[in-house]
Design a protein around this ligand. Sequence first.
Ligand code: AP5
Length: 218
Amino acid sequence: MNLILLGPPGAGKGTQAKILEEKLGYKQLSTGDMLRAAINAGSEVGLKAKAIMDRGDLVSDDVILGIVAERMSKHDITNGVIFDGFPRTPAQAEALDKMLAGRAQKLDAVIEMKVDDEVLVKRISGRFTCAKCGKGYHEEFAKPKVAGVCDACGSTEFKRRPDDNEKTVRDRLQVYNKQTAPLVAYYHNKGNLHVVDGMAEIAQVTSAVEVVLKGLKA
Ligand code: AP5
């Protein structure tokens, strides 16, 4: 099963991808996480990407397609992939079609997660993650059970992304509307598109995605 979670910054793609990975055994492939790992490692890709990401623009298709192809070649990618934050341009979408065809696979579904802009800004401005294990939280919507302590690993250190401020989020939304939103029509025309209400609570969004996936198997 190969699935794309499509939606603007803060729509909940990463949150749902991690839940679905755990429940269903598919691998999350987050280009944003891969780029942040490259920045932390000080690699050439990271050096190219940092300033672009900090201002909320898109990293070039060439760089993105290179890191996705490398990830897809790893042996743990066997049972299906949840694409999170990829593809983001028509060129990336066409390249993914070719990549999957080359593996005798197909795209099973594209789930568009719809959320109002002001809610997105609030979600991203309140987001933080555990500095040790990366578990994601939100100041209001997804707090740790014990304040200041990570539920997953017990660490007391948390961090925020440099691009998670109101100005950059609004720029990222504009970039999404201009460069990524055309993919909605692209996948609608292919008959792959399913829409879920991303404004619902996290568990309800998961249930809505699972309903779509069950429908595909029926
Ligand atoms: P990336 O890391 O992909 O960021 P994004 O798409 O902007 O998405 P986010 O991670 O901000 O949001 P999300 O939808 O995953 O939301 P989350 O689940 O965390 O990309 C970063 C940058 O890298 C880009 O700007 C670009 O520069 C570059 N890049 C990456 N991929 C690229 C590509 N393919 N091509 C070119 N450049 C690329 O949720 C957000 C918050 O809301 C969390 O705190 C969460 O707890 C909370 N939340 C989630 N769901 C709900 C809910 N249902 N109700 C209430 N709160 C919720």
